[in-house]
Design a binder for this molecule. Structure first.
Ligand code: ATP
Length: 300
């Protein structure tokens, strides 16, 4: 049940779910087509078609919806180096005074390889999480009035616009607050592809649930009365991360049947046969609640 947005020829038997990402087939295909596909073409063809690689993309949406998953998975599909991951607040807090230097270092490997190998250089991916923390409108004093936010944005801009075109670089910015991102960063030639990653719908949640219980299924550690479609119906507004949290909470209920708690906690000898049941998920649903989307509904 793949839903390729591009006309790419999907290899027989391939399913997006096998990559551990549920409910984001359309977004995945679209990001791949717009930001990554050109990276697979040989340099000769790139020149012939006059293609300019996309240098930056922005993934935005609520927390825990799979933004980081997508970025990492597409990187590994393209055989890129493991991405460099950096976090907005970390840049501001930890490296006050040397944040610019820190950003410069982030790009250094890509710059070096580009100089040495030109078009033959491999792809370097930088994942910039919580980009909003450094990219509040310049001049607004992000970074606690130190002006650090401004200089980080300026440094990013100068790296993206650099005189020496960094053709081997892709910057993936992530945020829960697109409205907070400095517009200068979102222009063409910078973080120009914007993709919203929203909370999964019911069928997305069923897919995510199946992904996070696939190991249990394989190991025969889940009862047949657990139904992904039923759980998906009961988890409105859950993010992917919250679906994962639900599965872990249910496992803890299953384990709890095997504990004997006295002055010492011990475990029943039959603990090998621990199986998660529907009732465990019902208990877990009492505990794990979605963070987002609920308030709006209560207002309706
Ligand atoms: P944040 O904005 O908080 O950085 P994010 O959108 O980058 O969040 P991830 O880090 O990708 O979220 O997701 C956290 C975890 O939640 C993942 O490691 C995975 O276990 C689970 N998860 C989230 N979305 C999905 C999904 N669509 N399919 C499968 N698992 C998911």
């Amino acid at each position: 049940n793949t839903r390729p947005a591009a006309n790419a020829i999907i290899q027989p038997g391939f399913k997006f779910e096998d990559m551990g990402i549920g409910g984001l087939d359309k977004e995945f295909s679209s990001i791949f087509r717009r930001a990554f596909a050109s990276r697979v073409l040989p340099p000769g063809i790139i020149q012939k078609l006059g293609i300019q690689h996309v240098k930056g993309i922005l993934l935005y949406g609520p927390p825990g919806t799979g933004k980081t998953l997508i970025a990492r998975q597409i990187g590994s599909m393209l055989n890129a180096r493991p991405p460099k991951v950096i976090n907005g607040p970390e840049v501001l807090n930890k490296y006050v005074g040397q944040s610019e230097e820190n950003i410069r270092k982030l790009f250094a490997d890509a710059e070096k390889e580009q100089k040495e190998k030109g078009d033959e250089s491999g792809l370097h991916i930088i994942i910039f999480d919580e980009l909003d923390a450094v990219c509040k409108q310049r001049g607004s004093g992000a970074g606690g009035g130190t002006g650090v936010g401004d200089s980080v944005v300026n440094q990013l801009l100068s790296k993206l616009d650099g005189v020496d075109q960094l053709n081997n670089l892709l910057l993936i910015g992530m945020t829960n607050r697109k409205d907070m991102i400095d517009e200068a960063l979102l222009r063409s030639g910078r973080l120009e592809v914007h993709m919203e990653i929203s909370l999964p719908d019911e069928s997305g949640r069923a897919q995510i649930f199946k992904i996070h219980t696939s190991r249990m299924r394989k190991d025969n550690a889940i009862e047949a009365d657990v139904n992904a479609e039923e759980i998906a119906r009961l988890t409105k507004n859950f993010s992917g991360a919250e679906m994962n949290g639900l599965v872990r909470a249910a496992s803890s209920w299953a384990m709890s049947r095997h504990f004997k708690v006295g002055s010492m906690a011990t475990v029943n000898p039959d603990v090998k046969d621990v199986k998660v049941r529907r009732e465990d998920f019902m208990m877990a649903l009492e505990e794990v609640k979605p963070l987002f989307g609920v308030a709006e509904e209560e207002l309706e």
